[in-house]
Design a binder for this molecule. Structure first.
Ligand SMILES: Nc1ncnc2c1ncn2[C@@H]1O[C@H](COP(=O)(O)OP(=O)(O)OP(=O)(O)O)[C@@H](O)[C@H]1O
Ligand SMILES: [Mg+2]
Length: 243
C-alpha cells in the first residue's frame, strides 16, 4: 500500500483553481522532488497533504489517515508528517536543545529526560552537537535550518515535506543543508521536497514531479525526467532554471 495516495484533488482559492485534478501516490522510502514555476501549485499541494489547506474535491490518504475526511484526526496526522519551510521559525528565546525538545514535551508528552535524549540525538544527526546551548540568533541561516530539520525528525514522522528550504539561504550555506537532507534520505525516510536545486533532484531524488498550471505535467524517474524531458513546458522550465 502506498504511504501517500492523492486522488483527483481540486483546490480553489476563491475562483482561482490552483490544483486541477491532481493524483499521485508515493511509496514508503521514496524521495520525490517537486519542481515547477512560481504559482504552479507546489506549496499548495504540500500544504494539502498535511491539511494546512483543505481541498474542495478528491481524497488524500497519508499512512492510513484520510486527511480529507471532515473528522480527520489532524493531531495524529501532524505527528506522522513533518514539514520544514523556507523560514525556519525557531523560538528565539529557546536554546537549540529546547527548540527541539518542545514538541516532544508538549505533543508527544515525553518527560524531560526522554525528550532531552532524543533532542540531543537529532541535533547530533544534523551536525550541531556543539550548538545545543546556543540561541537561534547565534546560528547561521544554514545552521538554523538544520535545527528546524532536527526538530521535525525528532517527532519520528513517517513522511517529511520540505518546501524550498534552501531558497532563503546564502549560496555558501545551501550545501550543508542539502547534505543533511541527503543523509535523511539515505536512512530511508519518505520525502517530498519542493526544490530549485536541480543537481540535488537529479542525484538524490528517485522521482521528479513537474507541476505546471495546477497539474502534474510530468512524473517520472529523476534522472530521465530531468535529462530527457518529454514536454515542451518542462524543457522550457529547465532551460530557464539552469541558465
Ligand atoms: N492563501 C491563498 N489565497 C489565495 N491564493 C493563494 C493562496 N495560496 C496560494 N495562492 C495562489 O495559488 C497559486 C499557487 O500557489 P503556490 O504557493 O502553491 O505556488 P508555488 O508553485 O508554490 O509557487 P512558488 O514557487 O512561488 O512558491 C498561486 O497563484 C497563488 O497566488
Ligand atoms: Mg511555493
Amino acid at each position: 500500500m502506498p504511504l501517500v495516495e492523492i486522488s483527483e484533488i481540486h483546490k480553489r482559492f476563491g475562483t482561482v483553481e490552483v490544483l486541477k485534478d491532481v493524483s499521485l501516490s508515493l511509496d514508503k522510502g521514496e524521495i520525490v522532488a517537486v519542481i515547477g514555476r512560481s504559482g504552479s501549485g507546489k506549496s499548495t499541494m504540500l500544504r494539502c497533504i498535511n491539511a494546512l489547506e483543505r481541498v474542495q474535491a478528491g481524497r488524500i490518504v497519508v499512512d492510513g489517515i484520510d486527511v480529507t475526511a471532515p473528522d480527520a484526526d489532524l493531531n495524529r496526522l501532524r505527528q506522522r508528517v513533518g514539514m520544514v519551510f523556507q523560514s525556519y521559525n525557531l523560538f528565539p528565546h529557546l536554546t537549540v536543545e529546547r527548540n527541539v525538545m518542545l514538541a516532544l514535551r508538549l505533543v508527544r508528552k515525553l518527560g524531560e529526560d526522554a525528550a532531552r535524549d532524543i533532542a540531543r540525538q537529532m541535533v547530533a544527526k544534523v551536525g550541531l552537537a556543539e550548538k545545543l546551548a546556543a540561541y537561534p540568533d547565534e546560528l547561521s541561516g544554514g545552521q538554523q535550518q538544520r535545527v528546524a530539520i532536527a526538530r521535525s525528525l525528532a517527532m519520528q514522522p513517517t513522511l517529511m515535506l520540505f518546501d524550498e528550504i534552501t531558497s532563503a539561504l546564502d549560496p555558501e550555506l545551501v550545501g550543508e543543508v542539502l547534505r543533511v537532507l541527503e543523509s535523511v534520505a539515505q536512512e530511508g525516510m519518505t520525502m517530498m521536497l519542493v526544490t530549485h536545486e536541480m543537481n540535488f533532484a537529479k542525484n538524490v531524488a528517485d522521482r521528479v514531479i513537474f507541476m505546471h498550471e495546477g497539474r502534474i505535467h510530468e512524473d517520472g524517474p529523476a534522472r530521465e525526467t530531468l535529462l530527457e524531458p518529454r514536454t515542451a513546458e518542462l524543457r522550457s522550465f529547465l532551460s530557464a532554471v539552469l541558465h
